[in-house]
Write a protein that binds this ligand. Structure first.
Ligand SMILES: Cc1cc2nc3c(=O)[nH]c(=O)nc-3n(C[C@H](O)[C@H](O)[C@H](O)COP(=O)(O)OP(=O)(O)OC[C@H]3O[C@@H](n4cnc5c(N)ncnc54)[C@H](O)[C@@H]3O)c2cc1C
Length: 198
C-alpha cells in the first residue's frame, strides 16, 4: 500500500532542500527523502567548511608577508584549529538535526534512506512506497569522479573533498587532480597551510 504526497523530493542537498521547503511552505504535502545528511554536500563537505579553511589559509599567507613589510613574526600552521572549527562550528560533527528541524518547521516530511524511482511519480525507500500526486523532483546531486589513472584506486589512497574536509592531520605533500574552482580552492588552502605540492 503506497503512501500519498503532493510532491516527493529525492535528495535534500541545497537544491532539494530549497524545493522541498518552498513547496511545503506554500501548503503542499511534501516528502523529502535523504540518504545521508539533510543539506547535502555544501554545508558538510563543500562550501561551508572549505570557506573556514580558506579564511585560515589567507590569515597564514598574510602573516607570511610580515617579515617583508612590517617586522618579525612566526606562525607555524596548526591544522587542528581548522579541523576543530569544521567539527564544532560548521558541521555539528556532521549532524543534520538543525536542517531536519528546518524542513519540519516548514511542514515537510523527512524520510531517511536511499530512494528509487519505481514507477510513474512513485518512489520507494526502505519498505515504504510514496505516490506523488503532482510530481517527483530528482535532486540527487553529484559525486567526485575518480579518473581512471593507473594505481589511483589502490595505493596510495586518495582523498575526495570529503576526506579533505574531515582531515585532522595534513599530509606532508599532495597532488590535487582537477583544476576547477574546487580543485583550485583546495590546492590554495593546503599550500597555504604548509602542504607541499609534488
Ligand atoms: C569543496 C567544495 C567547495 C564548494 N564551494 C562552493 C561555494 O563556495 N559556493 C557554491 O555555490 N557551491 C560550492 N560548492 C558546490 C556545492 O556544494 C554544490 O553545488 C551543491 O552541494 C549542489 O547541491 P545539490 O542539491 O545539487 O546536490 P548535493 O549537495 O550533492 O545533494 C544531493 C543530496 O541527494 C542525496 N541523494 C543522492 N541520491 C539519493 C537517493 N537515491 N536517495 C536519497 N537521497 C539521495 C545525497 O545524499 C545528497 O545529500 C562546493 C563544493 C565543494 C565540494
Amino acid at each position: 500500500m503506497s503512501e500519498q504526497a503532493d510532491v516527493v523530493v529525492l535528495g535534500l542537498g541545497p537544491g532539494g532542500e530549497y524545493v522541498a521547503g518552498t513547496l511545503a511552505e506554500a501548503g503542499l504535502d511534501v516528502v523529502g527523502i535523504e540518504a545521508e545528511l539533510v543539506g547535502g554536500e555544501c554545508p558538510y563537505w563543500g562550501c561551508v567548511p572549505s570557506k573556514l579553511m580558506i579564511r585560515a589559509g589567507i590569515l597564514l599567507a598574510e602573516a607570511g608577508g610580515v617579515p617583508f613589510l612590517a617586522g618579525h613574526v612566526e606562525v607555524p600552521p596548526d591544522g587542528s584549529r581548522v579541523a576543530g572549527r569544521i567539527r564544532g562550528e560548521a558541521t555539528d560533527e556532521w549532524n543534520d538535526q538543525v536542517a531536519a528541524d528546518r524542513l519540519a518547521a516548514k511542514g515537510g516530511r523527512l524520510v531517511r534512506g536511499t530512494g528509487r524511482l519505481t514507477g510513474p511519480r512513485q518512489v520507494t525507500v526502505g519498505g515504504r512506497t510514496f505516490q506523488a500526486r503532482q510530481g517527483v523532483v530528482l535532486a540527487s546531486g553529484t559525486q567526485p569522479r575518480i579518473p581512471p589513472a593507473p594505481g589511483l584506486a589502490s595505493t596510495p589512497p586518495y582523498w575526495t573533498n570529503r576526506d579533505a574536509m574531515a582531515a585532522r592531520e595534513l599530509p606532508a605533500s599532495m597532488i590535487v587532480l582537477g583544476g576547477g574552482a574546487i580543485g583550485v580552492e583546495l590546492a590554495q588552502v593546503f599550500a597555504q597551510t604548509g602542504v607541499r605540492g609534488r
